[in-house]
Ligand binder design. Structure first.
Ligand SMILES: [Zn+2]
Length: 53
């Protein structure tokens, strides 16, 4: 019987719906790092917009 490593844990991203390895998620975050990064960029843009007005 060949040795099989356990399947890597994965989590479904709540934002893009992709099933990603847990490595793609920050601890206790159900958004993958890709969505997290894009959301942070949006927030930075929003904050920049607010700062202008
Ligand atoms: Zn995602």
């Amino acid at each position: 019987m060949p040795f099989e490593s356990p399947p890597p844990e994965a989590r479904l991203c709540s934002s893009c719906g992709d099933l990603q390895s847990l490595n793609f998620f920050a601890l206790d975050n159900d958004e993958c790092r890709r969505c997290e990064a894009s959301n942070q960029q949006k927030q930075v843009v929003l904050q920049a917009d607010e700062a202008v007005e």
